[in-house]
Design a protein around this ligand. Structure first.
Ligand code: GDP
Ligand code: ZN
Length: 331
């Protein structure tokens, strides 16, 4: 409903492809069965054959409890599972903002923050949420440090327990905005989510779903609707990110980085360069992941640079516009 514009945009494309059905959004994933709004669905054989796997947040087209199509994703929250099983895993789709939650207590760790921030790429706005101000005397200095290291990620301090500072989150919680809440275990994600949901948690989040046989079951949502109309994603997939938190990406990077010290060329891309110390030492798929991640990080950096430049120009543009109005005699 809120995103009819987006759906409408694709409706025509689907009509042309003669995909018929009702658009809906995946609110939870039960391993092969998906809750789409209030309906338990499965994926069509054709999609399964094509390797298409819906995730929470996906917009899909459903006919007779079968997902017929997955709409192109605006964004993907994903992790690169590096190492032996190299694959990029999509954790959630169509996410606007990622709240990266970190405790201001012993949990505070800049390296870990870096890793969680790498999840929010390709159009997802990362927002650093430093939690537990009520038990930390270093909140201010730590916030300053984060701001210095990640100038393009808004960073605020809150206490999910006392409710202090929650106003900071308001700009990203407008109606129809989708926010994924990530961060390692114990940082206060559940406490924060419960607080934002208020009394609505029990009322709206248990779902009486209908399956293909018309049977009713009670299930849960992982895409949660806030009273104000924003959507929060809280999936087990995101909760398990911590498993990767201290291994995966870091391993892939450190192995390649360490080996590359011995490459003949400083700027070796470990591709076809002679005297490369990395190629051959690292499994091909691992190297591919490394390249992919590095490309994504570069892309993210350049995107952020672009945004900074735009922001810097904004006041100038506003002044220009005001001057033009003045010359035209407009108010
Ligand atoms: P999660 O694993 O990220 O979902 O974290 P929880 O929400 O379960 O919180 C872990 C622990 O931290 C619980 O004991 C919470 O009561 C506590 N906690 C969460 N937020 C705050 C806070 O702002 N201040 C304090 N003092 N404790 C908090
Ligand atoms: Zn090399």
């Amino acid at each position: 409903m809120q995103s009819l514009g987006y759906i409408g945009f694709f409706a025509q494309a689907f009509q042309e492809l003669s995909i018929e059905g009702t658009p809906g959004r995946v609110v939870s994933d039960h391993g092969g069965a998906y809750l789409v709004d209030e309906q338990l669905t499965t994926v069509s054989g054709r999609l399964r054959h094509a390797g298409t796997q819906p995730v929470v947040g996906d917009w899909v087209v459903v006919r007779d409890t079968i997902i017929q199509a997955v709409l192109p994703r605006r964004t993907e929250l994903r992790r690169a599972a590096a190492g032996r099983r190299t694959e990029v895993q999509v954790l959630a789709a169509n996410v606007d903002t990622a709240f990266v939650v970190m405790g201001l207590d012993d949990n505070f760790n800049l390296r870990r923050l870096d890793r969680f921030l790498t999840l929010a790429q390709g159009g997802i706005q990362p927002v650093v949420v430093l939690n537990k101000t009520d038990v930390s005397a270093e909140g201010e200095s730590r916030q300053a440090l984060v701001r210095q290291l990640h100038p393009t990620a808004p960073c605020g301090r809150i206490s999910a327990v006392t409710g202090d500072g929650l106003d900071f989150l308001v700009p990203w919680l407008a109606p129809a905005q989708t926010v994924a809440v990530i961060g390692s275990s114990g940082v206060g994600k559940s406490t924060l989510i419960n607080r934002l949901l208020g009394e609505d948690r029990l009322r709206t989040q248990a779902v009486r779903a209908t399956d293909a046989h018309g049977r009713h079951t009670t299930t849960h949502r992982e895409l949660l609707t806030l009273p104000g109309g924003a959507l929060l994603i809280d999936t087990p997939g995101l909760r398990e990110v911590q498993l990767w938190d201290d291994a995966g990406l870091d391993d892939a990077f450190s192995t390649v980085t360490n080996l590359s010290q011995a490459c003949r060329f400083r700027d070796c891309r470990h591709d076809k360069e002679p005297g490369c110390a990395v190629r051959g030492q690292v499994a091909d798929d691992e190297l591919r992941t490394f390249h992919k991640l590095r490309r994504e990080l570069r892309h993210q950096a350049s995107r952020q640079d672009g945004r900074i430049r735009l922001e810097e120009k904004r006041p100038v543009r506003l002044i220009h516009r005001a001057q033009q109005r003045k010359y035209r005699g407009e108010p």
